[in-house]
Design a binder for this molecule. Structure first.
Ligand code: FAD
Length: 402
């Protein structure tokens, strides 16, 4: 009987390619080379330590300097010191991170998409010059503070953090919850309501500003490597120079989220890629009743189902990225991509975990972390319900939020 190798995954050229319909062929050679370098970096540096860090709920910050050398942060944004590459390439970068670890994909998504994306989209030229090149080099790490203790799904209407103009400064008071990278971020994009005109604006709060504190949220059973924090702002004075000059209402918040919901769809594809590789290899290696379990019809049905979910999700993510590149991506398309792909992820990982029997819930066999992490992807950046309501409004013309 063959020995099981915990955590083994299908190797390239063995069985089928998880990119079953060959979407990577849409990329050029330079793009594919960049992705190959990133994959190698992730397999060499992150994969061997990831379960240990996950079980200790710690972020491997020692990897940040070497990750910076790959120069993949803000890749799809037009930066002061580098023109944008395609959203399609940016999506595949997110896929690569998530294939190894969804928490690291969240680190990338929060820093590169939400935080850098907010500055790129809502900052003045001067603000973009001031922060984006250093964020590209990971010398400054970003976070995105929108959700509040009382404002989750209803954050647009219920945002309680306030900003009051006082001379050349603004004074921020309030609290944020769930903020990824929040414990160590140098810059937090804080969305607060201007008491003068009641509009939601965005302020770059810097680590160490008096009155700003960050406390790690403990006890999470998903994305344990991601450092989510409770942030408090107690009379934090922020100069006008740190108010993003083109963030004037929640409409601007939404335009950032539209793009990043597409990115969560890519994370769901990446995790399903990892899930498929681990499950397919396990089905080949694990023997019961005198033969590999991959020879049983019910196991094959699970594998075919996972590959179908993965392929459908990838197709939607790819087309979404192309629409973004063409500048015609709609809110409802971002919402559908996010909710559909994370729902498929949840189904895929449940099948894969079932296929692995008891080992499906043991960290070292490579599935348990994916299984738990899927729950966070399913809920953040708009739950399935909220994203379905955005799609439902587009279909019917009726808003059913309240
Ligand atoms: P609630 O809004 O309390 O919802 C509870 C349930 O009620 C959900 O099932 C929801 O779908 C349902 N519900 C609510 N309203 C309706 C309705 N009208 N109709 C039907 N059902 C409804 N936020 C940030 O700002 N920055 C971050 O970096 C960040 N990172 C995160 C990381 C993780 C791991 C997680 C879990 C969350 C993160 N979030 C972040 C917050 C995230 O976006 C919210 O958790 C999410 O929007 C849902 O809000 P909630 O958890 O408060 O749930």
């Amino acid at each position: 009987m063959a020995e099981l190798v915990p955590g083994a995954r299908l190797s390239a050229g063995d069985g089928v390619d998880p990119d079953f319909f060959g979407y990577r062929d849409l990329l050029d050679d330079d793009d594919r080379k960049l992705l190959a370098g990133l994959r190698e970096w992730l397999e060499t540096n992150l994969a061997p330590i990831v379960d240990d860090y996950w079980s200790r709920a710690e972020f491997p910050s020692q990897l940040v300097a070497s990750l910076a050398e790959l120069d993949v942060m803000g890749l799809s944004l037009d930066l002061p010191d580098r023109p944008a590459r395609s959203r399609l390439l940016g999506g595949f970068v997110g896929l690569e991170f998530a294939r190894i670890d969804a928490s690291f994909a969240s680190f990338y998504g929060v820093h590169s998409g939400l935080a850098m994306g907010t500055i790129a989209q809502c900052g003045s030229d001067e603000q973009r010059e001031r922060w984006l090149p250093a964020m590209r080099r990971l010398e400054l790490i970003g976070a995105f503070g929108l959700t509040e203790p009382h404002g989750g799904s209803d954050v647009a209407g219920g945002l309680e953090t306030t900003a009051r103009r006082d001379g050349d400064d603004w004074v921020i008071d309030g609290a944020k919850r769930w903020i990824g990278n929040g414990t160590f971020a140098d810059l937090v994009m804080v969305w607060a309501r201007d008491v003068a005109d009641d509009e939601v604006k965005c302020f770059v709060v810097e680590k160490g500003m008096p009155g700003f504190t960050a406390a790690k949220m403990e006890g999470k059973v998903a994305l344990r490597i991601t450092q989510n924090a409770d942030l408090t702002f107690d009379g934090v004075r922020v100069p006008e120079a740190n108010r993003l000059q083109n963030a004037n209402s929640f409409h601007d918040t939404n335009s950032v989220l539209r793009a990043t919901r597409g990115s969560v769809a890519w994370s769901a594809v990446g995790v399903q890629t990892g899930v498929f590789e681990v499950a397919a290899q396990y089905a080949r290696d694990r023997e019961q009743f005198g033969r590999p379990i991959g020879g049983f019809q019910l196991i094959q049905a699970h594998l075919a189902g996972i590959l179908g979910n993965l392929t459908a999700s990838l197709g939607m993510a790819v087309r979404g990225a192309q629409l973004q590149d063409d500048g015609v991506f709609e809110d409802a398309q971002g919402a559908l991509a996010k909710s559909f792909c994370t729902t498929r992820l949840r189904e895929s990982v449940a099948w894969a975990r079932e296929l692995m029997g008891g080992n499906g819930i043991v960290l070292e066999y490579g599935m348990a972390r994916y299984f738990n992490d899927a729950e966070a992807l399913y809920s953040y950046e708009g739950t399935r319900e909220i994203n379905s309501l955005i799609v439902g409004r587009a279909i019917t013309g009726e808003s059913a939020f309240t």
